[in-house]
Design a protein around this ligand. Sequence first.
Ligand code: BDR
Ligand code: CA
Length: 423
Amino acid sequence: MSTKIILDCDPGIDDALAITFAHGHPDVDLIGITTVAGNVSLDKTTRNALAVTEFVGADTIPVTPGSSVPLVRRALHAEQVHGETGLGGAVLPEPGRKPRDGHAIDYIIDTIGAAPGEITLVATGPMTNIALAVRREPLLATWVKDFVIMGGSSGRGNVTPAAEFNIWADPEAAAVVFDAGWNVRMIGLDVTLRALATPPVRERMREFGKLGADLLLPALAQYRDSAGDDPAVHDVCAVVSVAHPSVFGYTSAAVEVETAGRLTAGMTVTSFETDAPNAAVATSIAASDFWDIVLATYGDVATEMSEPRKLASGGDELSGAGPGGVRQQRRLGALGQRLVPFDGLFRDLDQVGVPPALTVAPGGAQPGRPRAAPHGQAARDRHDRHVGRRVIGAHQPLEASGGQRRFQFPHCLSGVHRQAAGR
Ligand code: BDR
Ligand code: CA
């Protein structure tokens, strides 16, 4: 049976890829999308959610806008990373559909409250909507089937040395969320930086017709989550963890969010030695399995997109996005056959004529290639030193001289971060 999810997001390139995955995977029933300001402003994240869902044929999924500013701080976006529109180089048609009336926090409370224990809430943007919802209705923490975030890190950050973007953008909201009484499944930089869209992965996306040519590839091509290396599709990891929890390994932890630190605001301070855990922190990922699953799902979405949609009045209506529709059943059958047993995936893909082109090494990198996306490097390397005066702004690194890499981030203090390779 598929898991119903509400995706609270800030599309955002990797959010767009997460929406596409959630729409396409037979074990995920994406029942609603809520939007929040984050990577770009709320009007843009909402527009992008509408455009992506319409583009991939998920246009019956309601999109409800939420918060346009963080709880306390002023809004800081990441256009340097995701482009002016938020979708990098992808230029999707203006959506014909409109956002749903009402506010995201009402939608989250009402929808999950109407079906306690049935709906998983997944957050891939700043936690503003979730914090407001759980403050307004604390029982939400007991009503969710599961609560999953892409955010945080038990080690280094990607916007500052201490903080990951989704937490850094609204630390007070994240603090509320981690303190709400539920067990947060935290899919953070510890794992997302090990699932990189390497050249072989992107090569496979060329097989996906319009989906690859108009969305996946141009979006990733201008994703400044890295500079020249391979982008991390952070938010996709969170949705994959719902469909295939065992792709990740988890460690129980107590996570607290730093809100007062001058240099460390947004840090997810993670204690693995605790008797009072509030989170299951993803600490390992089977990266090649991850990409097998993601690419198989995108392949199915691409196939659907290439087929003419039937009219509602026709005898074989295919336009329903909900479970039980003809389209869903066909997808379930096709993908189910390919994924079970899982270790037969490549063999079975071979049988249906799809070349097993993936060569992603464990850890998501190809042998012999530099592994690090630049801000990923900052996150992975726990021993690098800081040169210069202040906090390091992140997301868009620019090469500087002398083995140093300059980071820039809008509205953020900038500085110089020494590349730590070999030190
Ligand atoms: C997170 O920050 C955003 O830029 C991405 O969409 C992702 O949710 C990664 O740190
Ligand atoms: Ca996001």
